[in-house]
Design a protein around this ligand. Structure first.
Ligand SMILES: [Zn+2]
Length: 120
């Protein structure tokens, strides 16, 4: 798994956009450069040539997102708090979401951590 960041030739680097590739290649950087070269050599009239910016390699577990599913049927109300409870289907972590905010793990230690995967 890797993400290719590329941009249109002539655009500034912060105009780059990501594309995820689920490919098992030896050298993602080389693969992406060749792919862009091929793209640029086969441009259609409305297409602009693209330029390689960088590749981000995903270390599988590290960027795994929690698979949250709601565990309450009806939104819970406690005092002034209105929230839903969630549990990750993979690692079992529990979390809450207040109103329309972000899903926040119950344990502060888990804040910002990605999913560790199945805990079985
Ligand atoms: Zn998880």
């Amino acid at each position: 798994m890797f993400t290719l960041w590329s941009k249109n030739v002539g655009d500034p680097c912060d105009a780059a956009w990501p594309e995820d590739y689920n490919k098992d290649v030896d050298d993602p950087v080389e693969w992406c450069k060749e792919m862009l070269e091929h793209f640029n050599s086969t441009l259609r009239r409305h297409e602009r040539p693209r330029q390689f910016v960088r590749v981000e390699i995903k270390r599988n577990n590290k960027l795994l997102r929690h698979e949250w599913h709601k565990t309450n049927l009806v939104t819970l109300i406690k005092g002034r708090d209105v929230y839903d409870t969630y549990q990750c289907e993979r690692c079992g972590m529990t979390a809450k979401r207040f109103g329309v905010g972000a899903i926040t793990p119950d344990s502060k230690r888990d804040w910002g951590k990605s999913c560790k995967g199945a805990n079985r």
